[in-house]
Design a protein around this ligand. Structure first.
Ligand code: C5P
Length: 219
């Protein structure tokens, strides 16, 4: 008997809480998690480190072919200058194609012991895994997202200026939503959750309620 794989796609803009939701769902349902943004961030970091011309799609794409899972394990990837570079190189079709296989292979081959996989990003539900049985698209006011990010930076002891965080987020939103290939948008069959005025717990409960209502979440 073929089983439907238990795969969850979570998409949304920066600072919306998709990473937090994905981690909570991964632990609740025992799923392997891939933060797809980390792949773009890891590539961006390689571009910066190797002084590669970010305007040169071919050079960036050839670096993308050298990526391994271990490249995504580095705390520096969380820094905003890396995210901004990620957003600059993410529109290149050759870069996206190079990273697509990695994401699909991860989604379809959960490690032994896991019930399935969960991926969060920008285009997981629309492009990477259009057949995923569960899709969520999170959104929230840009000011609220910027405020959350600003407070998170302060908590981590990083000196930040709210106006700069907001401006960075607006630029990244524009780049991610307006690019031609795989723009940030909700899949037509995604469950939409506006997190502007919801707590982390509220968002988690909404997502679980949807998953648990399905006939058999583990396929
Ligand atoms: O999710 P995160 O903020 O780590 O993503 C960093 C950047 O990587 C995004 O702003 C976006 O440009 C790019 N990205 C993407 N597609 C994904 C995940 C991230 O284009 N699936």
């Amino acid at each position: 008997m073929t089983q439907t794989p238990f795969i969850i796609a979570v998409d949304g803009p920066a600072g919306v809480g998709k990473g937090t939701l994905a981690k909570a769902l991964a632990s609740h349902y025992n799923l392997a998690l891939l933060e797809t943004g980390l792949l773009y961030r890891a590539l961006a970091f390689k571009v910066i480190l190797n002084n590669v011309d970010a305007q040169n799609e071919d050079e960036v794409a050839s670096l993308a072919h050298t990526m391994t899972a271990s490249d995504t394990v580095n705390s520096i990837l969380r820094q905003d200058h890396v995210a901004n570079m990620a957003s600059k190189i993410a529109p290149y079709p050759k870069v996206r194609a190079a990273l697509l296989d990695f994401q699909r292979t991860f989604a379809r081959t959960p490690p032994p012991g896991a019930n399935g996989t969960i991926l969060d990003g920008r285009d997981v539900g629309t492009c990477v895994l259009p057949d995923a049985p569960f899709k969520f698209f999170l959104d929230a006011d840009v000011e609220i997202r910027a405020k959350r990010r600003y407070e998170e930076l302060l908590l981590r002891g990083i000196d930040a200026i709210y106006a700069n965080v907001l401006e960075d987020m607006r630029v990244r939103d524009r780049q991610d939503r307006e690019r031609e290939i795989s723009p940030l948008k909700a899949a037509s069959d995604a469950v939409l959750i506006d997190t502007s005025h919801l707590s982390i717990g509220d968002v988690f409960e909404k997502a679980c309620a949807h998953i648990d209502r399905a006939p058999d979440p583990k396929g």
